[in-house]
Design a protein around this ligand. Structure first.
Ligand code: GDP
Length: 457
């Protein structure tokens, strides 16, 4: 079936693109297109831009003036014959051209169906297809880069390497089971153990990248906490002024929580700015301590702000309690004013946490805060730039299952359990990993994955 969709965002723009894929692409294009110089599009025009008009031949009406490109498969995004029609941007033109294409034999593409075809036709594996959607959704340079690496095969290659080791193990085991008496080299428990350890190590290494991957993908969930008037808004504004990555107004989210994306030296921060901080200046006061605790629970990082020019109050102590066991950075703000307590006193009640003295109003200390955030992020053992970073929760879950199975196999190998039992775990592990690349995966999971895509991709 030949499919079609609008591939550009809806709205006013210079151009809008209608995309067609499938064996009837050329035939359909010729039904709606009339070239300025070219009579009919054919294979010789493949991958050339041709100028002309979209015509509704039924009622002899001109629909739009366009450029059209026919791309002969298999060297296309979907591996099928494809046509792209570059119309005038805006809602009317692309909509009309799409309707005409649909009337002439194409079916409206489902979300992600072009990419799904690319996967089903072997152009991309599943992890690469998933990288495509991550690239489109990326909100920071770093997350875009990671997704691009994944599209280039960083995950696929690693998974394939591990699966190859497993396959070799399985093959050896099967030979030993099938021909126990033959004089072929029998697999030894020692050999199996060595390979299993290698598989386990590789899976663990990938899993280690997952936390960082999540942050790269979604941003480091950051909450700024403090009682009224300590300088939270001033801090947020200071950070935003220099680092704002993108202004988001995500449909469907309530106005309770406003998210701001900032980029601190390549580290994406998603600052959860509860409306309370802005409107009544106080999250604790407005939404209550319990709710504040909940918000804090979900945070990867808390920046807790205290006013050093006023005596500490019960509210301050409550906040100290909340952040005590969380990853947090403490700011003692307004050091330009006479101090009411000392940093060392505060250190003695908060324990082993980093404290920075700031005067946000005069921009003192904000750079130190930014550096601390960076240090915190880079302090893990995992290299952020290692090219295979797991950013996808589905991949992480599959890796965890695979790890369980290889651990089981390792246990059995050490206990000299009969070899056919070990084979079951090896096969399971191989399949768990295959679900990441899409080599072993059910139709239902596939549908779910591609349903998350946007139309036209
Ligand atoms: P919030 O209620 O925690 O969001 O606090 P704001 O950011 O609104 O700041 C409260 C007041 O403190 C404002 O008048 C700020 O100008 C002032 N302020 C913020 N930071 C400093 C600082 O470092 N020194 C001084 N002297 N005033 C500050």
């Amino acid at each position: 079936m030949t499919i079609a969709a609008i591939s550009t965002a809806v709205g006013e723009a210079g151009i809008g693109i209608v995309r067609i894929s499938g064996s009837k692409s050329l035939e359909i294009a010729n039904k709606v297109f009339k070239g300025n110089k070219v009579e009919e599009l054919n294979v010789s025009h493949s991958k050339r831009l041709v100028y002309g008009y979209i015509i509704d031949r039924e009622n002899h009406k001109l629909v739009d003036e366009v450029l059209i490109s026919f791309m002969k498969g298999p060297y296309t995004y979907t591996r099928e014959d494809m046509v792209e029609i570059y119309c005038h941007g805006g809602i009317i033109s692309v909509r009309k051209v799409l309707d005409l294409v649909l009337k002439n034999g194409a079916r409206l593409a489902e979300p992600g169906e072009f990419t799904k075809r690319a996967f089903l036709n072997g152009r991309l594996d599943l992890s690469q297809a998933e990288a495509v959607i991550d690239m489109i959704r990326a909100k920071t340079d770093k997350s875009f880069e990671t997704s691009l690496n994944q599209l280039e095969g960083s995950i696929s290659n690693k998974i394939k390497e591990i699966r190859d080791i497993l396959l070799e193990m399985i093959a050896h085991v099967e030979v030993s089971i099938d021909f126990p008496d033959e004089d072929i080299e029998e697999v030894t428990y020692d050999e199996l153990e060595e390979s299993a350890i290698k598989v386990k190590d590789e899976i663990e290494k990938l899993l280690l990248t997952a936390d960082r991957g999540k942050i790269l993908r979604d941003g480091l969930n950051t909450v700024i906490l403090g009682k009224p008037n300590v300088g939270k808004s001033s801090l947020l504004n200071a950070i935003l002024r220099e680092n704002r990555a993108i202004v988001t107004d995500i449909p469907g989210t309530t106005r309770d929580i406003i998210e701001e994306y900032v980029n601190i030296d390549g580290i994406p921060l998603r600052i959860i700015d509860t409306a309370g901080i802005r409107d009544t200046e106080d999250i604790v006061e407005q939404i209550g301590v319990n709710k504040a605790k909940e918000t804090v629970e979900k945070a990867d990082l808390i920046i807790a702000v205290f006013d050093i020019s006023r005596e500490l109050t019960d509210e301050d102590y409550e906040i100290i309690d909340i952040v005590k066991d969380k990853k947090s950075i403490i700011l003692l703000n307004k050091i330009d004013l006479p101090n009411k307590f000392t940093k060392s006193y505060f250190q003695s009640i908060i324990g082993d946490k980093q404290i920075i003295e700031t005067s946000i109003a005069s921009k003192v200390g904000v750079d130190i805060l930014e550096k601390s955030i960076k240090d915190l992020f880079y302090s893990g053992e995992v290299e952020i730039y290692s090219d295979a970073v797991i950013t996808n929760v589905r991949h992480k879950n599959q890796l965890e299952k695979a790890l369980e199975n290889i651990n089981q196999a390792l246990d059995d190998i050490k206990n000299y359990v009969p070899i056919d039992c070990i084979e079951v775990d090896l096969k399971n592990c191989w399949e768990n990993l295959g679900e990441i690349s899409g080599d072993t995966i059910g139709e239902d999971i596939l549908d779910k994955i591609f349903a998350e895509f946007c139309i036209g991709k």
